[in-house]
Design a protein around this ligand. Structure first.
Ligand code: NDP
Length: 253
C-alpha cells in the first residue's frame, strides 16, 4: 500500500455499499485508516476485515445518520478509538424518485432525513475534531467531501425532493467552504451523474421504470470513478482546495 494519507483518519458514511465502499477501499490504499459507517453492521465489519487482509487499517461503526445522537456517537467512537479525525466523506444517501402524486410522504421524508439532515448531523459533530486535525504538523489541512449529485445542479420532473435534498447539499457545502476555509478545513462537493450502485434498486416499480428509461443506452459510471475523484481531493496539498467536481457518464445528457 502507498502512504499519501498515512497517519490520517477518514470517516466514510455509506461505506456498506456503492460509492462509500469504493471510497473507503481507495483511501485505505492511500494509507488512511478508514472508519466505515453505515446501518448494516455485517457489511461494514466484512469490509473492515477485507481492508485489514489487504494490509490496511479499518474500523466498522454501525450508525444511522438520520439520528443526531447516533451520528454524533459514531464520530466520537472514531475519535476515541483512533485518536483523531482528518477527513469526512458523506456518501450515505437515498434516492426515491417518481411522479409526485404517487410518491409517499415517508419516502420524501427519508430523502431529506438521510441526504440533508444526515450530512448536517455528521458535519456538526465532526467539525471540532477536523479543526483540531487541521492544526497538525503532518497534513496541515482537514477535509469534508460531500456527495451531492448532478441532481444538485439541474432539476428534473419526477425528481423534485431528491433535487431539493441535493441542491441543499451543494449549497451548504459552499457556505461551509467559505466559513471554514480560513482555518484549513476544506469543504468539497462532488456531483456525480448515474453511477452503477444499489441506489436505483430502492425505488418503487414505476420510478424504477422511469429511471431505466432515462438512462437507457448510458454506460453508467463505476463507484471507483467517484472514489478516484475523492482520492484526488483528499491527497491534494494544503494550498489546493478542490471546491466542486461534476462527473457524468460520457453518454449522459
Ligand atoms: P448505495 O445505495 O449503493 O449506498 C447508499 C449508502 O448509504 C449505503 O451504504 C447505505 O448503508 C447508506 N445509508 C442509507 N441510509 C443511511 C442511514 N440512515 N444511515 C447511515 N447510512 C445510510 O448508493 P450510492 O453509493 O450510489 O450513493 C452514495 C451517494 O452518492 C448518495 O448520497 C447518492 O445520493 C449519491 N449519488 C449517487 C448516484 C448514483 O447514480 N448512484 C449519482 C449521484 C449521486 P446502510 O443501508 O447499510 O445504512
Amino acid at each position: 500500500m502507498t502512504s499519501k494519507l498515512n497517519s490520517t483518519v477518514v470517516l466514510v458514511t455509506g461505506a456498506s455499499s456503492g460509492i462509500g465502499r469504493a471510497t473507503a477501499l481507495r483511501l485505505a490504499e492511500e494509507g488512511a485508516t478508514v472508519a466505515l459507517v453505515a446501518r448494516r453492521k455485517d457489511r461494514v465489519e466484512e469490509l473492515a476485515e477485507f481492508v485489514a487482509a489487504q494490509g490496511g487499517r479499518a474500523m466498522a461503526v454501525a450508525a444511522d445518520v438520520t439520528d443526531a445522537d447516533s451520528a454524533a456517537a459514531a464520530v466520537q467512537e472514531v475519535v476515541d478509538s483512533l485518536g483523531r479525525l482528518d477527513i469526512v466523506v458523506n456518501a450515505a444517501g437515498s434516492m426515491l424518485n417518481g411522479d409526485s402524486e404517487r410518491a409517499r410522504l415517508d419516502e420524501w421524508d427519508q430523502m431529506i432525513d438521510v441526504n440533508v439532515k444526515g450530512v448536517m448531523y455528521v458535519v456538526k459533530a465532526a467539525v471540532p475534531h477536523l479543526l483540531e486535525a487541521a492544526k497538525s504538523a503532518d497534513r496541515q489541512v482537514a477535509d469534508v467531501i460531500n456527495i451531492s449529485s448532478v441532481a444538485g445542479r439541474v432539476a428534473t420532473a419526477g425528481v423534485a425532493i431528491y433535487n431539493a435534498s441535493k441542491f441543499g447539499v451543494t449549497a451548504a457545502t459552499e457556505a461551509w467552504r467559505q466559513e471554514f476555509g480560513g482555518r484549513n478545513l476544506r469543504f468539497s462537493v462532488i456531483e456525480p451523474g448515474a453511477v452503477d450502485t444499489e441506489l436505483f434498486s430502492h425505488q418503487q416499480g414505476h420510478a424504477q421504470e422511469a429511471e431505466s428509461q432515462r438512462f437507457e443506452g448510458v454506460e453508467k459510471l463505476h463507484p471507483e470513478d467517484i472514489a478516484d475523484a475523492i482520492a484526488y481531493i483528499a491527497t491534494s496539498p494544503r494550498r489546493r482546495a478542490v471546491n466542486e467536481i461534476v462527473i457524468r457518464p460520457t453518454d449522459q445528457d
